[in-house]
Design a protein around this ligand. Sequence first.
Ligand code: FHN
Length: 445
Amino acid sequence: MKIKSYLQSTFILITFFYSFFVSAQKRDTSQDYIPSEENLIAREWFKEAKFGLFIHWGVYSILGDGEWVMHNQKVAKDAYEKLPSFFNPIEFNAEEWVQIAKKAGMKYITITSRHHDGFSMFDTNASDYNIVKKTPYKKDILKDLALACEKEGIKLFFYYSLLDWNRDDYFPRGKTGNEIAGRAEGNWNEYIAFMKLQLTELLTNYGPIGGIWLDGHWDKKDANWDYKEIYELIHKLQPSCLIGNNHHEGSKPGEDFQMFEKDLPGKNTTGWATPADDISKVLPLEVCETINGSWGFDLQDKKHKSTGELIRYLLSAAGYGSNFLLNVGPMPNGKIQPEHIVLLEKIGDWLKENGETIYASKAGPFPPTESRVSTMRNNKVYVHFLDSNKNVYSIPNNNLKIKSVVLFKTQNKIKYKLTPEEVLLYIPLEEIDDIDTIVQINLKK
Ligand code: FHN
């Protein structure tokens, strides 16, 4: 009898824990797929990398009006198709781009292999509408970039557009590009087959690829994108390749990281951000933002962000445990805008001094606010104060087991006072930094 009731309660306990475990997994749908060992290792690398360079480059750069120019200016298909014949970026130097990223403290580069205009910036057998076949330049820029990245230890990710304003088989069409004259009707299955072919090339001809960054789902939310097969294909070709899809929704099975565009996780200044409830608790996160106001080169864009703004963006992303992918739109000659190179260098200088508080860090114990961000590594908590108008700062008293508190820059101890609600930190006025004053809290082990 005793044994029977013992077995019964054990069974109930097992059932309870099993269903709890299963429902916890279900909360994060990405867990319906089991990532490979290599993939999990790549995710850890990605989480630690923290900072990457986003590059939007295509034949649209010639018009100097951003990467959406075909849609925005309603450029007819046959007119747009003339652009490749003017694209001759003889000053493009892959090694130079990689050095710029490296000097900025970036660990990876994500480049547009094909954007919504449908033009492939690589050598592809799936379509003649590509850089090798249609431009006087005739060279595959992704090849050069892959070689330079490999040489310099920078990981290469490919942005790949799901949306296409050029191909007839992108049909039925989506919400955008409908006023572009000259588009005909075609077969959706052929379009999916075309994408699979191109993704196979991208994952076969360029060595190890850090990830595939998909974009454009939002154009045709209800379409059958065949993600299951596409994701399986990517993982079969390169198991460590991380898949992210900028669908602005909760992560789907097969995805390995979640991205946030022009908004920190949980914020929604754009109006189309991923809802806060859909932020993955498991996957690596990545926030992307433009260095000025546009993704692709825009001749008239003067909204260059300041060094301080960009560093604070990087810090805020890290405070959410997220990477920061900062975009530049190179010019049609193949050069990155000089003012952007200067900004990137300044971030790199700052990271040389302060990178320890960012790279390989996790979100700290204090949720980010406008004026304060925290990150942590092992038994060190770094509190970044982003406002410079005072010298007594406060953090919540989270019952941290404080061993000592120092100013990160000098490693000199600073005075602090514990109250039941807060920890007051007294920072010498001359140590307050305009961009970021970092206090390091050493915790008892
Ligand atoms: O339409 C694109 C846009 O051109 C750019 O590529 C950004 C990058 O995150 N994503 C899309 C908008 O969501």
